[in-house]
Design a protein around this ligand. Structure first.
Ligand code: 3PG
Length: 211
């Protein structure tokens, strides 16, 4: 299986929520990872959108219990750099042939983004059975994603984009949802305030969501 399916499933089943993280201050990386793991969210997606993202992955990967992946993968160079930094999985907003070849060459467990049934079918043909549904709320939300369960029963999704404590359960109750991704547990304002206790409490609440 090209995707390293077992590894991707392990990332997605560790907790109901995968935090989507943007680190602008490297000093936030370790206390954030510690708070999220302590709250019960071990799988962490650090987006490659900031200058210190790779350093943040390296730092967070040292936190006991943390499973740190790189998000916003777009190029083969992103894949190599993420893997070198210690990322154990990758996430992308969409899939390109270049990107798929790179993650397959690097044997990086990969959660590629899709927005349509056709994209999901192409990736399933290639051996990818767990996919990110992105940007979930903007492309029809839980109603749209739930509609894919019957025709594509073998594909599991991690919806991401616009998910909050208010609507997470709408997704998690769907038969074809394995977990959800979201940034609400690691907001910039709480990190800037150093409010790790609040972040741990939000993680704890997210970890307790039923699925
Ligand atoms: C993103 O691209 O940043 C993720 O989809 C997270 O989206 P969110 O901030 O709406 O949770």
């Amino acid at each position: 299986m090209k995707q390293m399916a077992e590894d991707v499933r392990a990332v997605c089943t560790a907790a109901p929520v995968v935090p989507v993280i943007v680190i602008r201050n490297i000093a936030h990386a370790r206390p954030l990872a510690e708070a999220l793991v302590a709250g019960g969210l071990p799988s962490l997606e650090v987006t490659l959108r900031t200058d210190c993202a790779l350093d943040a992955i390296a730092e967070m990967a040292q936190v006991p219990g943390a499973q740190v992946g790189a998000g916003t993968l777009r190029t083969p160079q992103d894949v190599s750099a993420a893997k070198a930094a210690g990322a154990t999985f990758g996430v992308s907003p969409g899939a390109t042939e270049n990107l798929l070849q790179a993650v397959e060459k690097e044997a990086l467990p990969f959660l590629p983004g899709v927005a349509t049934a056709g994209e999901a079918m192409q990736l399933a043909d290639r051996g990818y059975e767990t996919l990110k549904f992105f940007p979930a709320e903007a492309i029809g939300g839980a109603k749209a994603l739930g509609s894919l369960a019957s025709p594509l029963p073998d594909i599991a999704f991690c919806p991401t984009g616009g998910i909050s404590p208010q609507n997470a359960s709408d997704y998690l109750s769907l038969a074809n949802v394995i977990c959800v991704g979201g940034s609400w547990v690691a907001s910039q304002s709480l990190m800037d305030a150093g409010n790790w206790d609040k972040i741990e409490a939000l993680a704890h609440a997210a970890a307790g969501l039923a699925r």
